[in-house]
Design a protein around this ligand. Sequence first.
Ligand code: ZN
Length: 427
Amino acid sequence: MIKKIRKFYSFIPKSRFLILIPIVILFFAFSSNYSVNNSEEGIKKQQEKSGLTYINTSIENGSSFNWELANDSVVNIYLNYDYQRNSLNRAYDHWHFLLEAKQGTDLTLVFHNFSEIYNGEKVPFDTWIMDCITAPDDRNWDHVPVEWIDGERMKVKIHMESDSLYIARVDPYRVSDLQNLVSNIKDNELVKISPIGTTVEGRELQIIQVGKDTAPHQIFIRARAHAWEPGGNWVVEGIIKKLLDNSEESKKYLENYAVYILPMANMDGVARGLSRFNINGMDLNRNLTAPADPNLTPENAAMEKWLEAMIAKGMKPDLAIDFHNDSNGPLFFSSAGKEKIGYVENMKVLEGILREHSWFSEHTSFFGTTSFEEGLMARYDIDALVYELNAHWIKGLDKKPLSDDWILLGGQLCNVFDIYFKETNEQ
Ligand SMILES: [Zn+2]
């Protein structure tokens, strides 16, 4: 046998290395983890082997992006940036889609395009923490582990318990969730729904009032100026749920104050699954120190017109809070208000009550931009602040947040507001 082989090689001495070439090619073709055989048959085989059926980005509040099967079990997802007008700023923060694959399949999703530009500077990659949540039904979400890999990419391993799985970054709150909320409460005698204008795409913006016109204090709440940040919407759900629960507590609260809520300022962005800006590329939490351009930011123009009408009626809000999500969770007070002793004292009181009567335990600072708290303080002398809800960690509860935690905070805030107006009235 050995003799025969020797004979074979001696017969083709110069070709022996040539024989190795197809073997090497075959080895790489079968062992490569990151290449797809682009022949029609190769693609079909790859798809069958992977178990992947489809990635549906057209669900409500879904984000459009490009994706490709990298090998038998790896799917690359290339997030779309959301761009700001007149700047190089771009954000990537939102994902929400439906993964369809055969039950029992194991897939690795690799997310790309985390190179964000914020306030004209590239955001250092390691300062932003990302999360990924999954739900079989787009409702009951749970966190899954994520891993950061070279090239500013995020890796998530998915095991398919059934044929489809919803995947998102933060517990989504959709336009239809707001519509359901409004239709559930609109006939309540404590509730008034007032249209105040429309978004760029013509969606109606409404103020949800809970409480009486004659209440001694008014609170203005805005949520969802930035489309990826649903935390504020869940807080609003919690506030409304508490105030309308018909308890002795909530009746007492409503003797003290009424809330006026603009629940989804960037409704177009939410509908389209965008990250930050409105669909004209404008940041609804910038340039509030000057009147809004009704063509570029009709959402802010409507809010200002409503605020001015309230002031004209002698119903200027005593307190205004703009809810956001970030990766830190602070309260931002107005730098313009730093010179006003009353404002600084009031914010100190509010911070103390929040620390005692809610799960808030993050830091506070005076932040100087052209955002909500600056605009409302500088232009209307309203005690205003921004509450950034940490999208990734709730220090006070020692856990990663889901909608229930923000709903809980909303309920706690009703008590916080009651104490706040009692304490600040006494001063
Ligand atoms: Zn924000």
